[in-house]
Design a protein around this ligand. Structure first.
Ligand code: F0G
Length: 431
């Protein structure tokens, strides 16, 4: 019923669903998980079935990923590795909306997952597949969140886990998670891209399973966020979906999710998908701006949004498919724009980590440029929790945030703690 197929139009090689592959063995192209036969259940029954599962007490029904298992490549009674991921809130964000000059704005907070980032929705599926394949060791390269997530799911599955991270460049919170979940942590000298190529080489060993987003099972889990979002909007897609781009797995997953929803008659049209990158780590934005000439990796990516400090995104072809078929776009935002947007999201009582704030910064620019119209429905995706990087937050609010080129980032929404013996300042608030 499910198989793996090469996304390269000139190749289209097909593989068994349980072949341990990351790319096409014939042409090196990325792989998709596909159905060999169309789904036969009608949209109304599927919507009712999925909604009904929300009131079930069974773990596989309560997971926001496995709730949609009719679209996942496993038998329905498969043994799953789950931490009750997904089912994340879609918040109204009035202050952020105002900041973007929109009457309303919704933020889908993927930071409300078990390990605090969207990676959990992919990891539950990838680690379930790893266990099914009998892998001895699960591994990934990471800027921190994939590491924390894999470490947790591997611990749940009682599997060995190793992660490779750029030394000194991962936030303490993310590293602390991986250590506590008992993963082997290897810090190498070099950036994320160097970690990625080292671990891809290491994963040639057949007892090792690589679960970066090049692994199509990760994308299968992450695509269900599109299902959940469509459901939250009454089975309608927004006009615009805006999300951050690093290694470009998440953009690929949203693209696939909405494509499948449309094909199955669950929604009537796809949202325009816009990917936002930090100015100093923007190979995908450059590819878009230069009319898709050659894709050129960024040798020395730079940004304080460490989660997306990536110069050689492995999934760019899939992400490009998502952007082009939805008539979306790819853009950049500055370090200052990220910092201020992040503080504004905090003022909505929501909060997120720096990489996530690229979305609100991006939406603000798209409105100013007239790409997003006032009457359109816009959803921004927040990918990670505020507590993932408190060092950044404290520096912003004490006006000591220094950008990657040594520039002083001036906080427009600074909220300095007050030091003093009496509460006169509080009294002033009331006067
Ligand atoms: N936002 C956050 C918080 C992330 O951690 C990442 C990626 C992204 C956005 C970008 O998503 O790579 O799918 O385009 N973090 C990876 C990691 C690279 O290792 O945790 P993407």
């Amino acid at each position: 019923m499910f198989l793996q197929s090469c996304i390269n139009r000139d190749c289209r090689a097909e593989y068994h669903i349980d072949d341990r592959l990351y790319v096409c063995s014939r042409c090196g192209g990325l792989l998709d998980v596909d159905r060999s036969d169309p789904i036969t259940v009608d949209p109304t029954s599927l919507r009712d079935l999925w909604r009904g599962r929300l009131s079930s007490l069974e773990a596989r029904d309560r997971s926001g990923v496995w709730r949609f298992r009719e679209f996942l490549p496993f038998d329905h009674d498969a043994s799953i590795v789950s931490l009750a991921e997904g089912n994340t809130p879609l918040y109204d964000a009035p202050r952020s909306a105002d900041y973007c000059r929109l009457p309303q704005l919704k933020l889908k907070h993927q930071g409300n997952n078990p390990t605090g980032s969207f990676k959990d929705t992919g990891m539950t599926v990838a680690v379930t597949q790893a266990r099914k394949l009998g892998a001895r060791l699960v591994v990934c390269a990471s800027t921190g969140n994939t590491a924390a997530s894999l470490a947790a799911y591997a611990a749940r599955a009682n599997m060995l886990c190793a992660i490779v991270v750029p030394g000194g460049q991962v936030s303490h919170a993310k590293l602390a998670q991986a250590l506590d979940y008992d993963a082997k942590v290897v810090e190498i000298e070099g950036n994320f891209d160097a970690c990625m190529s080292a671990i891809r080489e290491f994963s040639k060993d057949p007892s090792v399973y690589l679960v970066n987003s090049i692994n199509p099972f990760r994308i299968e889990g992450q695509k269900t966020v599109a299902f959940e979002l469509a459901e939250q909007l009454g089975w309608r897609a927004p006009d615009h979906l805006v999300l951050p781009g690093g290694n470009l797995g998440n953009s690929s997953a949203f693209g696939k999710g909405f494509r499948e929803l449309l094909k199955s008659g669950l929604i009537e049209r796809q949202p325009k998908i816009t990917v936002v990158q930090a100015e100093g780590a923007a190979p995908f934005a450059r590819y878009y701006a230069e009319d898709q000439a050659d894709f050129v990796n960024e040798e020395n990516p730079k940004t304080l949004a460490s989660a997306i400090k990536i110069g050689a995104p492995v999934s760019w072809r899939k992400a490009w498919r998502a952007v082009s078929e939805t008539h979306g776009s790819v853009m950049t935002v500055s370090e200052q724009e990220i910092a201020d947007a992040k503080a504004m999201i905090g003022r909505d009582g929501i909060g997120c980590e720096p990489a996530s704030a690229t979305t609100v910064a991006g939406i603000r620019k798209l409105v100013a440029e007239g790409v997003i119209k006032e009457n359109e429905n816009v959803v921004g995706v927040l990918t990670g929790h505020l507590l993932k990087d408190t060092d950044y937050v404290m520096k912003y609010h004490s006006e000591t945030l220094i950008g990657p080129d040594g520039e002083h980032l001036r906080g427009r929404f600074v909220n300095r703690p007050i030091h003093g013996q009496d509460l006169q300042d509080l009294q002033d608030l009331l006067d």
